[in-house]
Design a binder for this molecule. Structure first.
Ligand code: HEM
Length: 200
């Protein structure tokens, strides 16, 4: 997990400095952009969680991670319902399509690199959710912010436990390299998707 963090640190800086992310953390995101942000994440998490379910059925190492408790599709759907978006009407951007294709064909190691990026993003997400809750005048209320802040006070402990369990698995050197590549590709595509949301 230390290698994943170090080898994607530059990409994290690029991703978090995208105009969409800056507007999120400053509580300035416009409603239509927030809706599209959630929509793109809905396509991604549906594919990702189906893929990790399939992978866990084949590779028992993954069952130690307790992934279903961390899944986000239901949280995104609650947020989408709150902002009045029907899932049937959502459209993926090209970057989202590329990422869901990448997820679908990924072996276990790159898949866990992809998964790492979204699990890790809950750390910044919690901060973003706090900014938005203040901006929307609902300081104690996570309505519409389930995806960004799924664990509340338990975020830090949840993240530390995920890190510990990932580190306990005996990933080979080859798997570690493939995992890092998976995470790097994901960061690049997330940055692309953020720009596509703002260009739409
Ligand atoms: C407003 C934008 C963002 C902010 C303010 C932010 C902030 C943070 C912070 C404070 C951490 C915790 C660092 C630590 O505890 O060591 C973190 C971790 C992380 N973030 Fe972000 N982030 C943002 C956007 C993103 C995006 C868009 C992604 C990818 C989808 C992402 C992926 C990650 C990952 C994977 C980690 C875990 C790093 C590790 O391995 O410890 N972040 N972020």
């Amino acid at each position: 997990m230390g290698r994943l963090k170090a080898d994607t640190a530059e990409q994290h800086i690029i991703a978090e400095s995208k105009p969409l992310e800056a507007d999120l953390i400053e509580g300035k995101i416009r409603p239509e952009h927030y809706r599209d942000y959630l929509a793109q994440r809905w396509f991604i998490h549906r594919e990702l969680e189906a893929a990790t379910d399939r992978a866990a059925a084949l590779d028992s190492r993954l069952s130690t991670l307790g992934l279903p408790e961390l899944y986000q599709t239901a949280n995104i759907e609650a947020d989408l319902a709150h902002v009045g978006a029907e899932t049937a009407s959502l459209k993926p951007h090209p970057g989202t399509k590329a990422l869901t294709d990448f997820i679908r064909q990924a072996d276990v190691a790159p898949l866990m690199g992809i998964y790492y990026v979204f699990e890790g993003s809950k750390n910044g997400g919690t901060m973003v959710a706090n900014s938005l809750a203040k901006a929307w005048n609902q300081p104690e209320d996570r309505t519409g912010l389930r995806y960004l802040n799924p664990h509340g006070e338990a975020q830090r402990a949840t993240w530390m436990q995920f890190r510990r369990k990932m580190n306990t698995i005996a990933w080979t050197d080859e798997e570690q390299a493939a995992m890092i590549q998976g995470a790097q590709t994901t960061f690049d595509l997330v940055a692309q998707i953020d720009d596509e949301t703002y260009a739409a």
